[in-house]
Ligand binder design. Structure first.
Ligand code: PMP
Length: 448
């Protein structure tokens, strides 16, 4: 039976979503029949504009024929071999492509089936590296509040969301959090820059409070996703965080599950801050652009080699490095490069934010517009002057999404994770009145 409902449910979050498909019941969720470019159609023939690339994943648009051909070509030869005994040309090609696009400082790619799995891989590789480097006391991963890193237990332990902590905390070891450098609601006496400084320095304070020889890594989304609504920090924040990590031998992990693979205008969002490159990166979503479940950890030789020499990485899944998914990943990244979609994301992002900012001036409910490239958010408030949020009971984000869906526009309305200062902020990638010219390229990186 389905618990999926057309009624918005405030308890729904991205990861839990509506969670169950119908089984023996009857699903009320629109059933999609086919998709092409930025549109998809349900079985009743209704057309939807995919205003947020699904869950910010379908970066190159739907129904790409070159991706389909690559998929069929690989499937016609073979789809699966066990990765511990065999490899495939597509797997090797994708690993190299990802490392090449990630550039200097990144040499190796570990393929998995999605974002949470990629996060788990980074946490475990960091831990194994510390142990084989003679630092077995290092086990704590510092993270940010609010923040989102996925649904599996390791990813949930570093996710900054008090609601999830309350529910699942008794089953795991919740990792320490420092404040994310929010830019819209600032504590008294701060401006955006001084608050970012404060938040970066909180990392050092927390490392010392935990005991510097016990801290393994710091994980953050360089450009925020669902929890902070496309939050971008001032440039100096990234540099300071990198310096603090270096000072205490703490690994820096970037969660680029949403912001990576070209979404912000560069292959990694990290490329916007070249003097603050992370040690490990988790990437997913846009890597396969929704054509298959796929994720990756990207890592340097100095870390991987040490772990491999010690006997190997104690981690993996049946579908790690799956040849069929890899062939799809290769085709998607080829499109990303050949169609110049990263530059397109950069250019269209500027235009989109301009238009959304104009819209903000005209409406009473859009409090903030922020983002980078084509990862952007609109924060809806009840009162722009006070930045008061809508009460959870009003289900504002889900109602806006439902109205948009009725009008044939899919947007990704989320209630932000329960971090105190942004609790109840809403992230939407699009408001009403879609402008065809504009929407044709911002909703996915696809050119038309
Ligand atoms: N990290 C971030 C920043 C994400 O946005 C997501 C998914 N939205 C995840 C991790 C988890 O990825 P997945 O849902 O593929 O497991």
């Amino acid at each position: 039976m389905s618990i999926q409902s057309t009624q918005p449910n405030p308890a729904q979050t991205e990861s839990s979503g509506s969670a169950f498909y119908a089984g023996r019941g009857v699903s009320k969720t629109p059933m999609i029949n086919h998709a092409k470019g930025i549109f998809f159609w349900d079985t009743e023939g209704k057309r939807y504009l995919d205003g947020s690339s699904g869950a910010v994943a379908a970066n190159i648009g739907h129904g790409n024929e070159r991706v389909r051909d690559a998929m069929m070509e690989q499937a016609s030869r073979f789809s699966y071999v066990v990765r511990t005994a065999f490899t495939s040309e597509s797997t090797e090609t994708l690993c190299k492509m990802v490392a090449d696009l990630a550039g200097p400082g990144f040499d190796q790619t570990f393929l998995v089936s999605g974002g949470s799995e990629a996060i788990e891989a980074t946490l475990k590789l960091a831990r194994q590296y510390a142990v084989v480097s003679g630092q077995p006391k290092r086990s704590k991963i510092l993270a940010r509040m609010p923040g989102y890193h996925g649904s599996t237990m390791g990813a949930a332990a570093v996710t900054g969301d008090p609601d999830r902590d309350e529910m699942f905390g008794p089953m795991m070891r919740i990792m320490p959090k420092i404040p994310a450098p929010l830019s819209y609601r600032l504590p008294e006496g701060f401006d955006v820059n001084s608050y970012a400084d404060y938040c970066a320095n909180e990392l050092e304070r927390q490392i010392l409070a935990e005991g510097e020889d016990t801290v393994l890594a710091f994980i953050m989304e360089p450009v925020g996703g669902v929890a902070t609504g496309a939050l971008v920090a001032p440039d100096h924040y990234y540099k300071t965080v990198r310096e603090i990590c270096d000072r205490y031998g703490v690994l820096l992990i970037f969660d680029e599950v949403m912001c990576g693979a070209g979404r912000t205008g560069t292959f990694l969002a990290a490329h916007h801050w070249p003097d603050a490159l992370p040690d490990l990166v988790a990437c997913a979503k846009g890597l396969s652009a929704g054509y298959t479940p796929l994720g990756a950890m990207i890592a340097p030789n100095r870390i991987v080699d040490k772990v491999v020499e010690s006997g190997g990485f104690l981690h993996g899944h049946t579908y790690s490095g799956n040849p069929l998914s890899s062939a799809i990943g290769v085709a998607v990244l080829t499109e990303l490069v050949n169609q110049d979609l990263m530059r397109n994301a950069d250019r269209m992002g500027v235009l989109l934010r301009q238009r959304l900012t104009t819209l903000k001036e005209r409406t009473s409910t859009i409090g903030d517009v922020r983002g980078m490239g084509l990862l952007n958010a609109v924060e809806i408030v009840r009162d722009k002057a006070t930045k008061e949020i809508f009460p959870a009971s009003s289900q504002a984000s889900y109602r806006v999404s439902a109205i948009a869906r009725d009008l044939g526009l899919h947007i990704y309305g989320r209630r932000a994770a329960g971090g105190s200062s942004v609790n109840g902020s809403w992230q939407l990638l699009r408001s009403s009145s879609p402008n065809k010219k504009l929407t044709s390229s911002w909703n996915c990186l696809q050119r038309r």
